[in-house]
Design a protein around this ligand. Structure first.
Ligand code: SF4
Length: 240
């Protein structure tokens, strides 16, 4: 697992790359691919997309729609020697089958109020490492696995989607940079550090059903939340 400092450098580098990414290229990709949603509903399931990460301002909106809508994002990033996990934010809860709690009959029940990542989907700008150590940016999620293609998309519409995508990715990277900087500061002030052995042992406890404490980064604070594996029933693989 990479350290908070290494993560910070990774996200800072990615933000700089995002700033230099030619938006016209994304506009072209969006027009060339011509994606159209065919309402299969797959993108709103954990099987297809893991989890839906929320930016801080969206957490309160999600809770206003459903008090129990969010959980600490899965894939807790760090763990201290006492076995407390640290995670960068909240994600939408799913049902036991892995469907977003707002998915109903393959439709988003909160469509007009859906979250920024849902709005830009399937567009994205994430760099993906190649085997030779270089990287390329990925612009479309789940290409050829959902939706239909080769539809006409106007230049204006494609540019709006591209700008929204860049804005989301920028906000996400700022959030992650803030998380990494804050955890470096917190660990220094509280004389803590990430301990991989504690992480592994505590994660085994968590996977066996025991409650664990996760400090969730939210509005520049680390909020302690107790969770069990049941909270992640539709996201984590079933227990045997
Ligand atoms: S909020 Fe709506 S669009 Fe977003 S993942 Fe849930 S069901 Fe899908």
């Amino acid at each position: 697992m990479i350290s908070p400092k290494e993560r910070l450098l990774w996200y800072e580098e990615e933000l700089n790359l995002l700033y230099s990414y030619p938006i016209d290229e994304l506009v072209s990709v969006i027009q060339d691919v011509g994606f159209s949603c065919d309402y299969c509903g797959r993108c709103c399931t954990s099987v297809f997309n893991g989890h839906v990460f929320l930016l801080d301002d969206e957490v309160s909106s999600a809770r206003a729609l459903c008090a129990d809508a969010v959980i600490p994002a899965p894939g807790f990033e760090f763990c201290d020697r006492e076995g407390t996990f640290y995670v960068s934010g909240y994600a939408l809860r799913t049902d036991a089958a892995g469907n977003c709690i707002f998915l109903s009959d393959n439709r988003c029940s909160v469509y007009g109020k859906r979250f920024s990542i849902c709005r830009i989907y399937p567009y994205m700008l994430h760099r993906e490492p190649e085997e030779d150590g270089t990287f390329t940016f990925r612009q479309i999620s789940g290409l050829n696995l959902h939706g239909s293609y080769n539809h006409e998309i106007s230049e204006e519409q494609a540019r709006k989607s591209a700008e929204d995508t860049v804005a989301y990715e920028e906000a996400f990277l700022h959030h992650m940079i803030s998380f990494c900087s804050s955890i470096i500061a917190l660990f220094s002030v509280e004389n803590r550090r990430h301990v991989q052995r504690s992480y592994d042992m505590r994660y085994r406890d968590f996977m066996s059903g025991k409650p664990v404490v996760v400090r969730v980064f939210y509005h520049d604070e680390f909020v302690p939340v107790t969770v069990t594996r049941k909270d992640y029933a539709g996201i984590l693989p079933p227990s045997h």
